[in-house]
Design a protein. Structure first.
Length: 86
């Protein structure tokens, strides 16, 4: 929690000091380090998930393209065989 201590008069600085709770600086730094670590871990997990989805999309795109080429090739062979029987 951050408390804003306002100046007494209208002509002074509006923000004279900040008061942090918990009061000790080491506790604040420990909390910030824990937050930084968890943020980095979360970012790594999300980055991995995004990379996995990208790989899946690429694989499906390649599979669809190969299936289309295979269908085209088989259609051509079928049409040639049908024409040869006529």
């Amino acid at each position: 929690r951050v408390n804003n201590l306002l100046g007494g008069g209208g002509g002074g600085e509006p923000l004279l000091a900040y008061e942090f709770e918990p009061d000790t600086k080491s506790e604040v730094l420990t909390d910030l380090q824990e937050y930084l670590l968890t943020s980095q871990i979360f970012h790594s997990w999300m980055d991995g998930a995004a990379a996995e989805q990208g790989s899946r999309m690429t694989a499906m795109e390649n599979a669809s393209k190969n299936a289309g080429e295979l269908i085209g090739s088989l259609t051509l062979k079928y049409n040639r065989a049908r024409q040869a029987r006529i």
